[in-house]
Design a protein around this ligand. Structure first.
Ligand SMILES: NC(=O)c1ccc[n+]([C@@H]2O[C@H](COP(=O)([O-])OP(=O)(O)OC[C@H]3O[C@@H](n4cnc5c(N)ncnc54)[C@H](OP(=O)(O)O)[C@@H]3O)[C@@H](O)[C@H]2O)c1
Length: 283
């Protein structure tokens, strides 16, 4: 079995440290058991991102077992889907996710989406009630860290007024075309680690001429340029692939550095486009 990838970690306010590179999983584009096992066994991946919504938690249990890597050497993130929001439902859903994953605790549990969609109740009220359950799960040790996903500054400001524990992480779309710097700065000011999803813009970034040109300049692939750029910007990054060779490629990002002026070129590609969800209309 390969030694663990020498992947830097970032400290969270929870006292835990998250590997800056993780493997995404999702219901879109399929799930590959062999690719996940390969990622853990041969590429040194130790951080896996999933969600109840993706429907692959129990498949991951099998892959993790087969990999032979110990639970305590892995970082597992999963997410609470909005159909489970509310105080009691949240606690139940956490236990169910743990059961599907075959683990006794989660490294990180995230509220997936700010829109609660509960008739007759405000999103703010349901998010606060849900967060109180997350705080309890954290205090009991069932979740070593807790956070949110797709939350904008307005959602985080409301949660600040309504709850006690500041989220340890906010997981938000982040790639060269979507670089929400104001939110990144806000998170940093409150010690919330910013985790970026869709680092390849679901593949859209891989043919952009500036990215292709930088890939040639550094002797790397466009995917490696995107992932390395996110990491150099201090963003925890979770590219997804169902293909073993692409996972290997996506992990080889710790033996080169993008020069500051080229980071600026990539920073300049932001055009505000979303390839996933846009939470800006959620109150
Ligand atoms: N919190 C949220 O709301 C949220 C939303 C979206 C995503 N996420 C998380 O973020 C992860 C990543 O997002 P994502 O999958 O949507 O987008 P992504 O990582 O930007 O792109 C994935 C796509 O790029 C392809 N790909 C991967 N590596 C490649 C490479 N080296 N060369 C060429 N193509 C490559 C994959 O295809 P193949 O699989 O065929 O290789 C897939 O189609 C998800 O798995 C999930 O864990 C979270």
């Amino acid at each position: 079995m390969a030694a663990a990838l020498s992947c830097p970690v970032l400290p969270l306010a929870s006292g835990c440290s998250v590997p800056v590179l993780g493997l995404g999983t999702s219901h879109q584009g399929g799930y590959s058991h062999d690719a996940v096992v390969h990622a853990i066994q041969n590429c040194g991946i130790r951080h896996i991102d999933t969600a109840k919504r993706y429907g692959c938690e129990s498949l991951l249990q099998k892959a993790i077992k087969e990999s032979g890597v110990k639970r305590e050497d892995l970082w597992l993130t999963t997410k609470l889907w909005y159909s489970d929001y509310g105080y009691e439902n949240t606690k139940k859903a956490c236990l169910e996710s743990c059961e599907r994953l075959g683990v006794e605790y989660l490294d990180l549990f995230l509220i997936h989406w700010p829109d609660a969609q509960v008739p007759g109740r405000s999103n703010r009220e349901v998010r606060a009630e849900t967060w109180r359950a997350m705080e309890e799960l954290y205090e009991k040790g069932l979740c070593r860290s807790i956070g949110v996903s797709n939350f904008l500054i307005s959602h985080l400001e409301q949660l600040k007024e309504d709850c006690v524990i500041t989220p340890h992480v906010d997981q938000v779309e982040y790639h060269p075309f979507q670089r929400p710097q104001e939110l990144v700065d806000y998170c940093r000011s409150r010690d919330i680690v910013f985790e970026g999803y869709c680092p390849l813009a679901k593949g859209e970034a891989l043919t952009h001429p500036s990215i292709v040109q930088l890939a040639k300049k550094y002797g790397r692939t466009p995917a490696q340029i995107c992932i390395r750029w996110s990491i150099q910007n201090g963003i925890v990054t979770i590219p997804k692939s169902t293909k073993a060779e692409r996972i290997e490629e996506n992990c080889k990002v710790f033996d080169f550095t993008i020069a500051e002026d080229d980071v600026e070129v990539l920073n300049g590609l932001h055009d505000g486009r979303h390839v996933s969800w846009d939470p800006s209309l959620v109150v």
